[in-house]
Write a protein that binds this ligand. Structure first.
Ligand code: P6P
Length: 335
């Protein structure tokens, strides 16, 4: 009995269509293996004593959970040896992670957030892994931070694993966005959500409303109009969600539409919001755009931005086309 198309079959068939060498396919398979290992650790939780704080901080100044460090090591251990990477960048590691000389090097760069939303892990709310694949610049064998400074439009692959009621892998290589569900009994990701498309309209917005007093006018105007409901300028009622796990928010938007906002605000205008460009905003933008959505800072297409720092932050407004374009219009009117 056919168990459904596996993710391995899917990417090999894509390789045949695009004439790949198999190097890229093998790299993706290593990333999928890492996410299956992470799913197993996240699923066991306190049974194997991995919940709670690690008692350390990452480069972001955020308290690291034990699982932040464990999952970071899992991603590195699964991908460092294969000979497909020239270097890696992780939310949890200050510098670029080189490939040790004992392993062959490859032609790709991997940027990842090993456990996004990890503040939720101790309260058993969905978390995820986000990854982005770039080409290593020609002739570079020991990539530094400057070699990762490529606009999101240069990504050759982006994806996330969502560790929720089921574990899912959602990815794009630039030919649409496809979703796969992990069959825990078989240990394979099976194609369950082919060619995902974000509805152009929505009546559901996601933002951390506790920051309202810091928002700049365009965001405040948009959210106030949503909350004003059917008697307000939008003439319709809206719903709000905030999971504090970007992977869960983006997945919901891919499945049923919505708009997600983590804007810049008055607390620290120079910081550019909270989300990181290289391994959160860019991969999620690639996935969203390939599903027919829009991803913007409010004033610029996120995938057009030229990065300047490995861990730089960027404002994010993404999701259903017509709502994101409305927020962009409000920013233009503000100028
Ligand atoms: P806040 C998780 O820490 C994260 O990076 C995203 O996954 C999430 O959308 C956001 O931060 C939540 O931020 O300020 O609401 O805790």
């Amino acid at each position: 009995m056919q168990i459904g198309q596996t993710i391995t079959q899917f990417i090999i068939e894509e390789q045949r269509r695009t004439g790949g060498t198999g190097d890229f396919t093998a790299l993706l398979n290593d990333v999928f293996t890492a996410c299956k290992n992470i799913s197993s650790a996240v699923n066991k939780g306190q049974l194997i004593g991995v919940l709670g704080s690690a008692g350390s901080e990452n480069v972001q100044g955020e308290t690291q959970k034990k699982l932040d460090i464990i999952t970071n090591d899992m991603m590195i251990d699964a991908t460092v040896w294969g000979g497909h990477l020239a270097g890696m960048a992780s939310e949890e590691v200050d510098e670029v992670s080189p490939i040790p000389s004992r392993y062959p090097k490859g032609k790709y760069l991997l940027a990842f957030d090993p456990l996004d939303g990890s503040s939720n892990i101790d309260v058993n709310i969905s978390v995820g892994t986000i990854f982005s694949v770039l080409r290593c610049p020609e002739g570079v064998s020991d990539p530094g931070e400057e070699d990762f400074m490529q606009p999101g439009a240069e990504q050759v692959c982006a994806g996330y694993a969502l560790y929720g009621p089921s574990t899912m892998m959602v990815m794009t290589t630039g030919h649409g966005t496809n979703g796969f569900t992990l069959d825990q009994n078989v240990g394979e990701f099976i194609l369950t959500h082919p060619d995902m498309k974000i509805p152009e309209d929505t009546r559901e917005f996601a933002i951390n409303a506790s920051n309202e007093r810091f928002w700049f006018p365009p965001i405040k105007r948009y959210v106030d109009e949503c909350i004003a409901g059917v008697d307000g300028p939008r003439g319709d009622n809206f719903n709000m969600r905030w999971v504090a796990s970007m992977v869960a928010e983006v997945h919901r938007i891919l499945v049923r539409g919505g708009i997600f906002m983590y804007p810049n605000d008055a607390r620290d205008p120079g910081r550019g919001g909270k989300l990181r460009l290289m391994y959160e905003a860019n991969p999620m933008s690639f996935i969203v755009e390939q599903a027919g959505g829009v991803s913007s800072t409010g004033t610029e297409r996120i995938m057009d931005l030229k990065p300047t720092e490995l861990h730089q932050r960027v404002p994010v407004v993404l999701g259903s086309r017509n709502e994101v374009e409305r927020v962009i219009a409000y920013h233009k009117e503000e100028k």
